[in-house]
Write a protein that binds this ligand. Structure first.
Ligand code: ZN
Length: 145
C-alpha cells in the first residue's frame, strides 16, 4: 500500500469515527473557528495531577479539521502537560514546514498522517484548529504551554 493512501485512510477513519467527540461539559469551554473553511471546534478539558483529562470536543467542518481534532484528542488525553506540549510543538512545526518536515512518529503517532497537509497553506489552519483549541483550553485551565 502506498504511504499516501495509508495516511488518507487514517484521516478518513478519524473523520468517520472521531475519538473523544461529544458534548463538552467542562466549566471552561473554548470555541475556535476557521472562517476560511467554515470549521468549528468547541472543546473542554481538565488538568488533574499535571495530566490532560476529560478532553471532549464537538465540531463541524471539513475532514481535515475534524480528523485532526480527533487525532489530537487521542494523542494528548491522559498525557502530562509537558508531553502534550512536546506533541503540540512538533505538530505545529510540521504544519509550518510546507512539506519539508514529516514529524516524529514516536511523538505524533497518527498525527504524522497529516504531514502532507502542510504543503497546502489554505488547509493548514484546518489541521491546526483543534490543536489551537486544545492549547487555549489547557492554558485557561492553568497549564503553562
Ligand atoms: Zn477545513
Amino acid at each position: 500500500m502506498e504511504l499516501d493512501s495509508l495516511y488518507q485512510e487514517v484521516i478518513l477513519d478519524h473523520y468517520k469515527k472521531p475519538h473523544h467527540k461529544g458534548l463538552p461539559t467542562g466549566e471552561i469551554q473554548v470555541h475556535h473557528v476557521n472562517p476560511n473553511c467554515g470549521d468549528e471546534i468547541t472543546l473542554s478539558l481538565a488538568i488533574r495531577d499535571g495530566k490532560v483529562e476529560d478532553l471532549v470536543w464537538d465540531g463541524v467542518g471539513c475532514s481535515i479539521s475534524q480528523a485532526s481534532a480527533s487525532i489530537m484528542s487521542e494523542l494528548v488525553s491522559g498525557k502530562t502537560v509537558a508531553e502534550a506540549q512536546v506533541a503540540l510543538k512538533e505538530f505545529t512545526e510540521m504544519m509550518q514546514s510546507k512539506g519539508n518536515f514529516l514529524g516524529n512518529e514516536e511523538i505524533l503517532e497518527d498525527a504524522v498522517a497529516l504531514a502532507g497537509v502542510s504543503k497546502f497553506p489554505a488547509r493548514v489552519k484546518c489541521a491546526l484548529l483543534g490543536w489551537m483549541a486544545f492549547k487555549d483550553a489547557a492554558i485557561q485551565n492553568g497549564a503553562e504551554l
